[in-house]
Design a protein. Structure first.
Length: 305
């Protein structure tokens, strides 16, 4: 039996003459956090909405837990949870009423503990329209996971959340993953995706540009590693020394920053130069390229920036 809980094959979706998603194929393994990344208009939300059964693809096949989202929407509702970018509920409905309603639909006991955990204790009897944007999004998350879905779709889940709520959400995502829930995370937050995702797919102009673990994706770019050095006498600042394997050099405050394509050559040469100058090394940091930097590189190449 396949361990792929989501399968997307040759998926295409258009709106009139506009091609939102063009021949996209990927699979998601059971129990992984799968990041779906891309700029506005890349096709992320369209892909999610078709997987959630909210829209129909023009061509291709989609399967979620072996369910056709287009033809088996009733079955789909009980195996997925969805937190949309904008939560729409009756203005007068309270979080308690919403939890009762959603859990009754899924035939499970109400999970008021989720409201408390997500900081909605004092708002459980408040009308929906009085909740802040962040509170509405936290309520939407609580409702999405109350029936313990096999697959959870999160579309920009931390937008509008404060730091404490973001931290709690990330903790919950890790717990859900540990219990076997598959999470599809669509986000603009590259640091969030890099920190949480087992694998990510990057969409640009409706096409799948790359897919893999965050480390695999960052390793396929220009591959420059940032080496930041601070010395007591600042011997490296504004120096024209020839450090091997360095493609670019700049300064930021008391730090000399080198972008290297081979740190095995660069770092020993930097240390040797500092010693030759009778200077003292205070701080040396080596940072691999981030997912955000790789994403910007891909976007730059795609749009010819």
């Amino acid at each position: 039996m396949s361990d792929h809980i989501i399968r997307v094959t040759n998926f295409r979706k258009t709106y009139g003459d506009f091609v939102a998603v063009d021949d996209v194929s990927f699979t998601v393994q059971t129990g992984e956090i799968f990041g779906l990344l891309g700029p506005n208009g890349a096709g992320k939300t369209t892909t999610l909405e078709c997987l959630e059964g909210l829209r129909q693809p023009d061509s291709g096949t989609l399967r979620v837990a072996n369910i056709d989202p287009t033809r088996e929407q009733h079955k789909l509702r009980h195996v997925i949870g969805v937190q949309l970018q904008a939560a729409g509920m009756p203005e007068a409905m309270t979080p308690n009423e919403a939890m009762n309603f959603f859990c009754a639909y899924h035939r499970v006991s109400p999970r008021f503990d989720l409201l408390d955990r997500l900081g909605l204790t004092s708002k459980r009897k408040a009308q929906f329209h009085t909740l802040s944007t962040g509170q509405q999004r936290r309520l939407a998350l609580a409702l999405a996971i109350a029936h313990e879905p096999q697959v959870l779709f999160l579309d920009e889940p931390t937008a509008g959340l404060d730091v404490a709520s973001r931290t709690e959400l990330h903790k919950m995502m890790r717990e859900l993953k540990a219990n076997g829930t598959t999470i599809i995370l669509a986000t603009h937050d590259m640091a969030e995706a890099e920190q949480l995702s087992d694998r990510v797919a990057i969409l640009l102009n409706g096409r799948l540009t790359t897919i893999g673990t965050p480390m695999e994706i960052t390793a396929t770019g220009a591959g420059l590693t940032k080496v930041s050095v601070h010395t007591r006498a600042n011997c490296l600042l504004n120096s024209q020394n020839d450090i091997p394997a360095v493609s670019q050099q700049l300064t930021k405050g008391d730090y000399a920053i080198f972008f290297s394509h081979d740190i095995a050559q660069t770092v020993p040469a930097l240390i040797a130069f500092v010693q030759e100058q009778a200077d003292e090394l205070i701080d040396l940091r080596v940072e691999r390229p981030s997912l955000e930097e790789r994403f910007l590189e891909l976007t730059h190449n795609e749009f010819g920036g």
